[in-house]
Design a protein around this ligand. Structure first.
Ligand code: YOG
Length: 134
């Protein structure tokens, strides 16, 4: 049985999020808002089909994908870039590579101790967010 990430999760801790935003060239004012936000992650998982929603009072970001199928992603309302994204399972981690202007860009999700972990990477910066069940 693959890991089940589905559910509603609320952001508990965020490490190096602002550094990650800087790497994405997010401006100062937007960064200050972004780092102060409460984020809710809503994950729906049906086999290899996923829907991710990242919700906040400022902006929302949502998209769907299938594991193993590359898709075009536009990071609308985030850094507004076009990337080619591919999500795979690596053991119990759901791993996304986002090929585009920024090197070494992507994210990883996994569950540990009942919490949802998210590692966001851009170039040499790794941001780690931990979510608890809502
Ligand atoms: O999620 O790729 O879970 O889609 C946002 C980081 C911040 C405003 C969270 C709004 C991007 C602007 C990760 C916050 C930061 C900041 C709520 C989104 C860029 C600009 C939307 C993400 C994946 C993995 C699934």
């Amino acid at each position: 049985m693959p890991t089940d990430l589905s559910g509603k999760w609320i952001l508990e801790t965020s490490d190096k999020f602002e550094e990650y935003l800087k790497k994405l060239d997010v401006d100062f004012a937007t960064r200050k808002i972004a780092i102060s936000l409460s984020q809710t992650k809503v994950v729906s998982q049906d086999g290899d089909d996923f829907e991710f929603k990242t919700l906040s009072t400022f902006r929302n970001y949502e998209h769907s994908f299938t594991v193993g199928l590359e898709f075009d992603e536009f990071t609308k309302g985030l850094d507004n870039r076009n990337v080619k994204s591919l999500v795979k399972w690596e053991e119990d981690k759901l791993v996304c590579t986002q090929r585009g202007e920024k090197v070494n860009r992507g994210w990883k999700h996994w569950i540990e101790g009942g919490k949802l972990y998210l590692e966001l990477t851009c170039e040499d910066v790794i941001c780690i967010q931990v979510f608890k069940r809502k």
